[in-house]
Design a protein around this ligand. Structure first.
Ligand SMILES: [Zn+2]
Length: 149
């Protein structure tokens, strides 16, 4: 069992940790495009519906963009399978917790977490020994009828 530090603080709704589906490391000036859509789609193909793949990709983009702007540190993106959800986590070296700002359509900054909040089924963050981890969980299925995604 190789559990990352943030696992101890994960909510019970995720069920048991199952396995890693992918892991990517970036320098401080990471481009969001550094993880390609196809990498994530491929990693999730066996476990999640296509709709959820889109949600996960949108979330990774926002979390990485947030880390680039606010943490300005190296970061790690983790894609994990839990019993009830797919979890994506972004770890950076900044000790400052993420802030969800009030809706302000003129503000670019802070919008990222609102997007994460709206497309994910659960999300949160954990402080690590050095830095923090922001994670989001996605139920494996979607509400689409049959295979009409
Ligand atoms: Zn669907």
């Amino acid at each position: 069992m190789s559990h990352a530090p943030h696992h101890s603080s994960m909510p019970i709704g995720l069920g048991e940790y199952q396995c890693s589906l992918g892991q990517w490391e970036f320098s401080a000036d990471a481009q969001v495009e550094g993880i390609s859509r196809s990498h994530i789609a491929q990693a999730l193909a066996a476990d999640a519906s296509p709709c959820r793949v889109d949600d996960v990709i949108a979330t990774v983009s926002e979390l990485v963009a947030n880390a680039v702007v606010h943490a300005q540190s190296e970061m790690k993106v983790l894609l994990e399978k839990w019993q009830h959800m797919i979890v994506v986590a972004v770890e950076d070296l900044s000790p400052v917790p993420p802030v969800v700002q009030e809706v302000n359509h003129l503000a670019e900054s802070g919008r990222g977490l609102q997007i994460v909040e709206s497309v994910s089924d659960d999300w949160g963050f954990a402080m690590l020994e050095s830095g923090k981890c922001v994670w989001a969980g996605f139920a494996l299925g979607c509400d689409c009828a049959d295979s009409a995604h």
